[in-house]
Write a protein that binds this ligand. Structure first.
Ligand code: CA
Length: 238
């Protein structure tokens, strides 16, 4: 895991959670004035950390992750309504957890992403909840134009919305050697997927790869906070 404020911003509004003993990992990217973004992302990961998850299988786990995220949505709304300067705060959240049946569960809201490197190939596992992604899906924008679009960071869903209309979940199979990446958009708006893939396939230790990803984002401008969590589950008997 590595997080970095970047080269432009003064504050780090990203938060993360790594609980290997619970096989639970998350990244959140907060937004809001008066440091409220930091409060929102921290509240989201803390709510997840305190949640009782149901790891029996991939789908019970995915459901319990989503339940925790609905609770986080509620808490952020309540806290935001209780203090002046905090109203309207919100956060993305991507959570990955591993179940007893050998599968994994993902849940997310916003544009923090999950990727999987399997046999040298990088796959994106999440769909961004952004205005530009909606345009891509409707065939009105291509991915490269979207990446440079002035509205590229406009989110269609975050935690902290009264009318949040859904949390995306997925159940994943896990194969020996799979490497999972959770990251905030401070990485993906600057560093193309091919470059992420090249770093992750370099065979360096995970901590070095995490540092290389952050360095790459900073060398490309470092205009945002950048957080990466790399997870390679131990697989095999026991
Ligand atoms: Ca961000």
């Amino acid at each position: 895991m590595r997080t970095d404020t970047g080269r432009v911003r003064q504050h780090n509004e990203d938060a993360f959670l790594t609980r290997p003993e619970r096989r639970l990992f998350a990244v959140a990217d907060g937004m809001g004035g008066h440091a409220a973004g930091e409060i929102a992302s921290e509240l989201a990961v803390r709510t997840l950390d305190e949640a009782a998850l149901s790891p029996r299988n991939g789908s019970t786990l995915a459901r319990s992750l989503a339940d925790a995220m609905w609770r986080a949505n509620r808490k952020i709304l309540e806290e935001g309504g209780a203090r002046s300067g905090w109203e309207g705060m919100g956060t993305t959240l991507i959570a990955l957890a591993f179940a007893d049946d050998g599968n994994a569960a993902l849940a997310h809201v916003g544009d923090s992403r999950a990727y999987r490197l399997r046999e040298g190939r990088l796959e994106r596992l999440t769909r961004d909840h952004t205005w530009v992604q909606d345009q891509i899906d409707a065939g009105r924008l291509d991915a490269e134009t979207a990446r440079r679009h002035p509205y590229a960071s406009v989110l269609s869903r975050v935690l902290g919305l009264e009318d949040l209309d859904g949390i995306d979940t997925a159940v994943l199979d896990v194969l020996p050697g799979d490497l999972h990446l959770l990251c905030s958009d401070g990485l993906t708006t600057l560093v193309p997927d091919e470059v992420i893939a090249a770093i992750l396939t370099s065979g360096e230790p995970l901590v070095t790869s995490a540092e290389s990803l952050i360095t790459e984002a900073n060398e490309r401008g470092g205009v945002d906070n950048c957080t990466v969590v790399l997870v390679r589950p131990e697989t095999g008997p026991g």
